[in-house]
Write a protein that binds this ligand. Structure first.
Ligand SMILES: [Zn+2]
Length: 227
């Protein structure tokens, strides 16, 4: 049975947030998406996010935070190499304070529309070196944003302790595996020419490698064939 109330999903169009969107749609009466345009090198992910929302008839609000480029350095938004590690030992694709901004703004939006829940696909298991994806950070920002606005919004993180393989498994459980594979976009290089078993991508960047590895682990664990 569906839980009452509204939920806001922080939705990028990637595998994780797409799985979270279907997870939320299966649980909440009303679901809306909030998508951040932070001047990603490729607009493919944003285009896929819009397609998925249109397809599922979900209201999507796109927030332009491209000003982020003027204050932070990240290979995701500049010409740096996404495979490198930065001076602090973090992946070059790390965008400082990104999740903090996302959650703060989505929390404000949730207050505006009266949503009780915020859903985000952050995950600390296949820890890719992003400190703002850890449960400890989510607990603290939930507390801070609620304190700062006298709200009681709950941040739910269905993927927090799942491996990529288990995220594929969750997609299967939530009956959205095929959509996650064909519609969601993760590739850092914005490639969508070739459809592999695990989805579209360049088959080379860290995001594609993680997705591919997770898919085959999932497939092996299920011992099923997926066309
Ligand atoms: Zn790729």
């Amino acid at each position: 049975m569906k839980e009452q109330g509204k939920s806001v999903v922080i939705f990028s169009g990637g595998q994780d947030s797409t799985t979270c969107l279907y997870w939320a749609m299966n649980r909440y009466k009303e679901v809306e998406c909030i998508t951040f345009n932070y001047g990603q090198k490729h607009s493919v992910e944003l285009e896929q996010a819009k397609k998925i929302c249109d397809y599922e008839n979900i209201k999507q609000t796109v927030i332009d935070i491209s000003f982020l480029n003027t204050i932070v350095e990240s290979a995701l938004t500049s010409n740096g190499n996404v495979n490198e590690i930065n001076d602090k030992g973090l992946p070059a694709s790390f965008v400082p304070n990104r999740n903090q901004l996302f959650i703060t703004m989505a929390h404000a939006y949730a207050q505006k529309i009266g949503a009780e829940t915020l859903v985000t696909g952050v995950c600390q298991t296949d820890y890719s070196g992003y400190p703002d994806c850890r449960q400890e950070f989510i607990f603290d920002i939930q507390k801070a944003t609620n304190l700062g606005s006298d709200s009681k919004i709950v941040i739910r993180t269905p993927l927090m302790y799942l491996t990529k393989a288990e995220t594929f498994e969750l997609a299967e459980t939530e009956k959205c595996l095929e959509r996650v594979i064909t519609l969601s976009h993760t590739c850092y290089n914005g490639e969508r020419d070739v459809l592999y078993e695990w989805g579209f991508g360049c088959d080379d960047c860290p995001a594609c490698e993680l997705r591919k590895k997770g898919f085959y682990e999932f497939k092996e664990s299920k011992n099923v064939s997926i066309n």
